[in-house]
Design a protein. Structure first.
Length: 215
C-alpha cells in the first residue's frame, strides 16, 4: 500500500508541478494525464512493492545509453541550439531514466503543438526505437520521416535512422545514409568529424564481415 501511495503521490506532484510551474495549458492536460496514467499502468503491471529495491548494472547501461543519445541529438541540431520545449525537456528526463514509453507519450505533446518541430519528431523516433529494444518499428520509421520533412537540413534524422538500420543488421542501408549525410555536411559542421569516424568504423566492420563498403 505504501508503494501505491508513493506512486500516486509522485504522479499528482508531477502533474501539479507541470501545470503550476511550467504553465502547461489546459489543452495539453489530457495528453499529460494520459502519459502519467500510462506510467501508473506500467507500475501496476510490473511493480512488487514488497520487494526491496536493488540497482542493476544492465539498467545503468541502458540509462547511460539514453543519455548519450539525447546528447547526440542535441549536438546534431542543425541550428546549433534547440529552442526550449517543455515536452521535450520532460521526455528527455524520462528517457534518461529508461522510461522510453512514457517519454514517447509525453513528446507527442510537442509534435501535436508544432508538427514542424523536427527535434520533437526525432525525440519521438529515438524513444520509440529504444522502447522497442533497438528495433525500428513502423511508427519510429514514420517519425524519422516526419523529422526529415520538417527540416530537410537537420542531420539528426539520417544519422539516427542510419544508426537504427545498422543496429538491425542493415549495414549497407545505414552506411548509405551516413555517407550521403557526410557528403552534404559543411566542412565546419561540428558533427562532421564524429560522423566520419563512425562511418570509417562501420566500413571496417562491413569489410570484416566480408561484405565490403558500398558506394
Amino acid at each position: 500500500m505504501t508503494g501505491w501511495a508513493l506512486a500516486l503521490g509522485l504522479a499528482l506532484a508531477a502533474f501539479a508541478g507541470l501545470v503550476l510551474v511550467l504553465k502547461v495549458g489546459r489543452k495539453s492536460w489530457e495528453a499529460l494525464g494520459a502519459s502519467l496514467l500510462f506510467g501508473l499502468a506500467g507500475f501496476a503491471f510490473q511493480a512488487n512493492t514488497g520487494q526491496p529495491g536493488a540497482p542493476k548494472q544492465s539498467e545503468q547501461k541502458t540509462t547511460d545509453g539514453a543519455g548519450a543519445l539525447i546528447d547526440a541529438r542535441k549536438q546534431l541540431d542543425a541550428q546549433g541550439s534547440i529552442a526550449p520545449n517543455r515536452w521535450i525537456v520532460i521526455a528527455d528526463a524520462l528517457s534518461r531514466n529508461g522510461q522510453y514509453g512514457d517519454a514517447a507519450a509525453v513528446v507527442l505533446g510537442a509534435v501535436e503543438s508544432n508538427p514542424d518541430n523536427a527535434d520533437a519528431w526525432l525525440s519521438l523516433a529515438n524513444n520509440l526505437v529504444a522502447h522497442a529494444e533497438g528495433n525500428l518499428t513502423p511508427a519510429a520509421a514514420y517519425a524519422y520521416e516526419q523529422a526529415g520533412r520538417a527540416d530537410p537540413a537537420h542531420p539528426g534524422p539520417p544519422f539516427f535512422l542510419g544508426l537504427a538500420l545498422a543496429q538491425q543488421g542493415k549495414f549497407a542501408e545505414g552506411r548509405r545514409l551516413w555517407a550521403d549525410l557526410l557528403a552534404r555536411s559543411p566542412a565546419d559542421a561540428p558533427w562532421r568529424a564524429d560522423l566520419a569516424q563512425r562511418l570509417a568504423r562501420l566500413d571496417a566492420f562491413i569489410a570484416a564481415q566480408g561484405a565490403g563498403p558500398r558506394p
